[in-house]
Design a binder for this molecule. Structure first.
Ligand code: FAD
Length: 464
């Protein structure tokens, strides 16, 4: 395969507007890196695209030379779907321009932009679109799977705010997809992941958010885990629309507001972000405080962009990682037992369990309006994430993640999950379960736009 690629790389070098890197070229080793240090793969060629035309040529080159394709957005997928041994990596990181139309409240974003670039450009006008919680995540992979974060209760998923895309399909065509143009394709890319082509531009609707938001964090030690989850259950039942909550089984950071005896201690945190009034946010913090006095508490207004970067450092590039996702309807006593039994068994201080609240605006979108992999019923998206400084710790925490997930699945909505939390390859049963009755429609659209399954390094939908 490498020889096949070598024979034509010269052509690609002359036509591609960005650099084309083979294994002997300077910059190759940096360009093949992905967020998860446990992934170490060597593509035959890395094509750094600057335009949709570059992407089109790269797709056709790979197809004609029988090279497996990997598409790299922000390179965050823990399974490393964006890099491939001996294949062709379509690197979108140079396609990162963001233009904002503040009057129309729309933003056009390159397919390889990072969330931080999106936030920086939109916040200049006090605008935002819902995305994820780590600013070095790619807009591409995150959005195509759904995209959930601090603004999900208020404005829905990233895909719920998508107006249109420009996409290069497996035949090399550059198309637009929206409710009016190629509507079936537009439906499929809103949740169907990278299965249908390479998105070179996203167009998002924007909303007023920030520049300042309300932030609150309450933390308790491991021994209070069950009480924290029961408290969260009660708080969520009355949570105002403008307030969001994330529950984390995490280690306390060595932050100035954390007393020294709690630095790095494992426990449970409720992270409460307010996009409405300070009073409303303070009321929620009061309720939490009176239900279960926290060991550590911090509340302050903060810039929206600071919130969006707050978790960047503990999730920096270079950790060895593995993850598994699930959905919970609610924290039943049985689920709480399983969670509190397993949380203390992790080995790495960086490994976490996170629960994102999904309801309100998220739940107003009809089930079949998008291809999102999950129900719109109110509930929790859960993630068990091993984040380890060494391969040895990952070996332990990968097993921890798996046994935790196995024990929790009977209390959850089943083996299906948010597809962006499916990192294992070859788990067709989980992909099918995640899409449920939408799978057949997705498979038919896949057969139209990618009958040879060129784009298969993802939560793969097989062409019908
Ligand atoms: P990549 O590895 O570059 O791509 C992942 C997949 O998407 C690949 O299969 C690739 O082919 C495809 N892809 C990427 N860009 C394009 C494109 N432009 N066109 C076509 N296909 C493309 N998810 C959330 O919803 N909310 C969160 O808060 C959140 N936090 C996260 C935090 C961390 C530390 C990590 C590791 C992941 C997090 N995720 C979150 C999951 C994240 O959404 C997925 O890992 C997503 O795939 C990352 O996208 P990426 O572009 O960075 O990844």
């Amino acid at each position: 395969m490498t020889q096949l690629a070598d024979s034509g790389i010269g052509d690609l070098r002359t036509t591609n507007e960005g650099p084309v890197l083979g294994p002997d070229d300077p910059g190759y080793d940096e360009a093949r890196l992905v967020w998860n240090a446990a992934i170490d793969r060597h593509p035959a060629v890395i094509v750094r695209c600057r335009s949709a035309a570059d992407v089109s040529r790269a797709v056709l080159f790979a197809r004609d030379h029988g090279l497996e394709i990997a598409v790299r957005g922000g390179a965050h997928s823990p399974g490393g779907s964006s890099v491939v041994d001996d294949g062709l990596m379509i690197d979108l990181s140079l396609l990162n321009e963001v233009t904002v139309d503040p009057e129309a409240k729309l933003a056009r974003i390159g397919g390889g932009a990072l969330l931080g670039q999106l936030d920086a450009a939109t916040q200049e006008y006090g605008l935002a679109t819902p995305a994820g919680m780590i600013s070095h995540t790619g807009v591409g992979g995150l959005t195509l799977g759904g995209g959930m974060g601090w603004l999900t209760r208020k404005f829905g998923l990233s895909i719920d705010n998508l107006e249109s895309v420009q996409i290069v399909t497996a035949d090399g065509e550059i198309r637009r997809a929206s409710e009016q143009e190629n509507p079936e394709l537009f439906w499929a890319i809103r949740g169907g992941g990278g299965n249908f082509g390479v998105v070179t531009e996203f167009e998002f609707r924007l909303h007023e958010a920030g520049p300042m938001i309300q932030f609150g964090l309450a933390f308790w030690g491991l021994e209070q885990g069950a009480d924290v989850l029961r408290t969260a259950r009660e708080v969520v039942a009355k949570l105002p629309d403008e307030v969001n909550i994330v529950i984390g089984a995490v280690n306390a950071p060595p932050a100035p507001f954390v007393p020294a005896e709690y630095h790095f201690k494992p426990g449970y945190a409720l992270i409460v972000t307010g996009f409405g009034s300070a009073e409303e946010h303070a009321q929620v913090m009061d309720e939490i405080r009176s239900a279960l006095p926290p060991a550590v508490e911090f509340a302050s207004p903060m810039p929206y962009v600071a919130l969006q970067q707050m978790l960047d450092e503990p999730n920096a590039w270079g950790f060895h990682a593995y993850d598994k996702g699930f959905y919970l309807d609610e924290f039943t006593d049985e689920a709480i037992d399983v969670i509190t039994e397993h949380v203390p068994l992790k080995a790495s201080p960086g490994s976490v369990v996170l629960f994102y609240r999904l309801d309100k605006a998220f739940s107003t979108v009809p089930e079949d309006a998008t291809a999102f992999s999950g129900s719109r019923a109110p509930g929790w998206a859960g993630f068990i994430v091993a984040v380890c400084p060494t391969p040895e710790l990952l070996e332990h925490d990968r097993a921890w993640t798996r046994s935790f997930w196995d024990a929790l699945v009977p209390m959850s909505r089943g083996i299906g999950s948010y597809v962006n939390a499916i990192s294992d390859a070859g788990v067709d049963d989980r992909v099918r379960a995640s899409y449920g009755s939408k799978y057949e429609r997705l498979a038919a659209i896949k057969a139209t736009y990618d009958p040879q399954n060129l784009f298969h390094r993802n939560a793969n939908i097989k062409p019908a």
